[in-house]
Design a protein around this ligand. Structure first.
Ligand code: PGA
Ligand code: ZN
Length: 478
């Protein structure tokens, strides 16, 4: 091919002339930069490469990280991970070779991205999120993404979402809002874990988390300050009562003091510590309290064992579903509790429904729902609970996450965008919570890098939105 033929074939003279003319019209002070940007925009952006690798999450357990390339650059995302809660969630593909990371390596999931998924997505437009997600779902062919692995699929889905935002030259949260058909963006009320128990900590506390919600903050920045100050006051309160060792932290950064094993006290001793810390800050009623009981973990048959972590427990303190309802009622009366997550076992639909009907607080379904659309639909129909805990790795794609949030919102439920106990530095859920205006986010303590990656990103988003930023505050459930 001659030089002239090459120029003609790619219409190079025309395109360069157009770019030069545009620079002249714009009277730009930096014409070379302007022309290069102008030319770059003229290139249709497509996915050119998808490359995965195995990294470690915050617990030191392998997970999948993906670098997705378009003509605009490289976009990185990773999949979080938690304890599997059951047969209704998307499958996290692990190699199961006991000689590698105790069976937890994810080399097969990585290989699936590098070969099958990459091949299927190359050439696709990164702005078409639902088509990208559908292509992976079609490729997987199983109901729970067990063939390719939800960890592989989700990391690619998030990376594609970031690439789509870059292609449209809009912030990630705005791109997500457009994908979901919303116009209002909201900074969520953070639910900071301040005390850890259950499976997340080695103390006596049966319930998994005590959280604080700075509902009365004016903006997210203030909410973070209120959360941080309370956290540090709590450290002092705990230290005075239990010594420095009481300030050891659980998996997502909450303190894990060895509270009394007296079952009659249940969680009250922990709640009293939090109440004292809040009163020391002076924020008082502007901070509310939430609990994640994660009761599936201490349900034995039809009874609840609040002493389940004790090695020499008597077995005499098991509580019935009715006893648990009475306990929660008492807690809601004695403390400013506004939300209880998983108050009963994931299959105990009867007691959670009864408790919800009392209207004492928001009742969140986490293990109960597993972010599964069928379980959410059933819970809506039967008025089992009134809020969704959104764990995106239990669904496996951004598109399906958007759909379940829509389901929940159409039913006038609250929505809590959630992290997992195994997190990475990826801050995607921060943008997701703003773009989907979920009103609530749960990302652990105001402490530890992988938790702060989310909260700090929310600070940046609020700053960027400036006067347009709306903090959910009192409207946290809408
Ligand atoms: P998980 O915890 O990631 O261990 O499931 C989060 C939660 O229960 O809310
Ligand atoms: Zn939970």
């Amino acid at each position: 091919m001659s030089v002239q033929e090459y120029l003609d074939k790619h219409m190079l003279s025309r395109k360069i002339e157009d770019a030069v003319n545009a620079a002249v019209r714009a009277k730009t002070p930096d014409p070379v930069l302007f022309i290069s940007n102008h030319l770059r925009k003229a290139v249709p952006s497509v996915i050119t490469k998808v490359k995965a690798r195995q990294i470690l999450d915050s617990r030191g357990v392998p997970t999948v990280e993906v670098d997705l390339y378009t003509n605009k650059g490289m976009f990185r995302a990773s999949a979080p991970s938690g304890d599997a809660s059951g047969m209704y969630e998307a499958v996290e593909l692990r190699d199961g070779d006991k000689g590698m990371y105790l069976g937890n390596s994810v080399n097969r999931a990585v290989k699936n991205v590098n070969e099958k998924i990459s091949e299927a997505l190359i050439g696709m437009d990164p702005t078409l999120q639902s088509q990208i997600d559908q292509a992976m779902i079609d490729l997987d062919k199983t109901e729970k993404k067990g063939e390719l692995g939800a960890n592989a699929i989700l990391a690619v889905s998030i990376a594609a979402c970031k690439a789509g935002a870059a292609e449209k030259e809009v912030p990630l949260y705005k791109h997500i809002a457009v994908l979901s058909g919303r116009t209002n963006l909201t900074l969520p009320v953070p639910a900071f874990t301040v005390i850890s128990g259950g499976k997340h900590a080695g103390n006596n506390l049966a319930i998994q988390e005590i959280m604080i919600l700075p509902i009365g903050a004016i903006k997210f920045e203030e909410a973070l300050q209120m959360g941080s100050e309370t956290y540090h006051h709590l450290k002092a309160v705990i230290s005075e009562k239990y010594g420095a060792q009481g300030c050891n932290v659980g998996e997502d950064g909450g303190f894990a003091p060895n509270i009394s094993r007296q079952v009659s006290l249940f969680v009250k001793e922990g709640l009293d510590l939090v109440k004292e810390a809040i009163s020391r800050t002076g924020y008082n009623d502007r901070i509310k309290i939430a609990i994640d009981a994660a009761a599936t973990d201490f349900c034995m048959g039809t009874k609840y064992d609040l002493d389940f972590k004790s090695p020499n427990k008597s077995g005499q303190n098991f509580k019935s579903g009715e006893d648990m309802i009475d306990t929660y009622k008492e807690l809601c009366t004695d403390y400013s509790i506004v939300s209880i997550e998983d108050p009963f076992d994931k299959e105990d639909w009867e007691h959670i429904k009864h408790f919800s009907s009392l209207g004492l607080c928001q009742v969140v379904g986490d293990d109960l729902l597993m972010s599964n659309p069928k379980r959410i639909e059933r819970a809506i129909k039967e008025s089992t609970c009134n809020a969704l805990l959104l764990k995106i790795n239990q669904i496996g794609t951004v598109t399906e996450a958007i759909e379940v949030v829509k389901l929940a919102k159409d039913a006038h439920w609250g929505v809590v965008t959630s992290h997992r106990c195994g997190e990475t530095e990826d801050s995607f859920i921060a943008d997701l919570s703003v773009g989907l205006a979920t009103g609530q986010i749960k990302a652990g303590a105001p402490c530890r890098g992988e938790r702060l990656a989310k909260y700090n990103q929310l600070l940046r988003i609020e700053e960027e939105l400036g006067d347009h930023a709306v903090y959910a505050g009192e409207d946290w459930r809408q």
